[in-house]
Design a protein around this ligand. Sequence first.
Ligand SMILES: *Cc1c(COP(=O)(O)O)cnc(C)c1O
Length: 458
Amino acid sequence: MDRLLAEYAMASLVHRHGRPLVLEAVRRALDRARAAIAAGRSIDPAGIEADIAARVQAVTAPSLVPLFNLTGTVLHTNLGRAPLPEPAIAAMTAVARGASNLEFDLETGRRGDRHRHVEPRLRRLTSAEAAIVVNNNAAAVLLVLDTLAKRREVPVSRGELIEIGGAFRMPDIMKRAGARLVEVGTTNRTHLRDYEAAISPRTALLMKIHTSNYAIEGFTASVGERPLAALAREHGLPLVSDLGSGSLVDMTAYGLPPEPTVRAMIGDGVDLVTFSGDKLLGGPQAGIVAGRADLVARLKRNPLMRALRPDKVTLAALESVLALHEDPDRLAQSLSSLRLLTRARGSIEAQAQRIRPRLAERLGDSWSVEVVACRSQIGSGALPVDRLPSAGLRCVPSMGARGGRRGRSSKLQALATALRALPAPVIGRVNDGALTLDLRCLDDEAGFVTQLDRLAAP
Ligand SMILES: *Cc1c(COP(=O)(O)O)cnc(C)c1O
């Protein structure tokens, strides 16, 4: 062991990664070599060194890495949702590096409030009286229910009992917060009289949930925020709306499908609106509650707030992204996620035409690569039905009948695996006997093309 560690290659590993990691790798590699000897196999010293280097590499390579999201889903929850604009990244870096006035009032020199960095902008952009930020929208909903509805009842339409990404299920969140869910209406139709009939002295608030990842179509009816707000007011109850995506600007102004804005909800008389920071808002992971000042003050006083509060890096990014929203005329350029969502099909197709020969050359004769029209999704549950016209590269194994369907499918999986193994992994979509790369989100074209040289074509 000592002799091995004294060698130049090992010394360089120790220099780069520190002694304990390398020592552990050497121990394991030697154990394996001893086992090989005991089993009567011959061993090669160079093989041991390679084994050590591979073990060190395996544990020191970063786990969380940037990648190319060519799935066609722009706000992909598994792939980190919204890309952040440069000013937000700069703001995060600046506060990450040292001390900041996170909870320090520079005017008075006394203790300050961390929400103050974003609240004035949130008020201006939503017309709400007050707002606070927590770690994500699930936390925002939990905080609202825990504060306002503990041991009391919350009527919710059966058509709105959402599940988002498996772990977030409205009935479970209610239970966690100690609130009793009272289901009203039916899956496809809920009327104002259903809410009315559900209201009792035990009712804490009325709740509306934006069905953000599905659409109920056909013979349907639901009650909008405005009439529900009137009913809530009549009974002295707050109306809470879990908006999910929560756009601060009118998406139709950018040629995108309509999505309710937080401002419109407040205008309709909703008392508290909860929404995500990293969906249509295009910012960091965060949850925002905007609405009536007295209710927001109660949320702030809840001891849970201490556990759910955002860190300085999140607040810095959010402040910066909110600042961009103050100039909606430039937002389609300044906000990265909106820029991707509004990319014209023509520009994506031109990019696909540029890249096609490079990918085709790399994949060789056993693949056909063509430029195709495809449709992107906004993702993160926003605007679930609408699709954005896009363009991509469709890779199909051109092995003819050989291998049949099973052979084609395993070849497609092999290509998907090879793309994922690149230094900046490339994630596409396998369906209909092809692997399609939707280029809507391809910002770094040069980086993508350069690393194609390292693609091991199956
Ligand atoms: C996305 C979403 C949530 C959860 O938000 P996170 O920010 O992912 O925690 C809750 N409710 C609705 C309606 C949503 O769309």
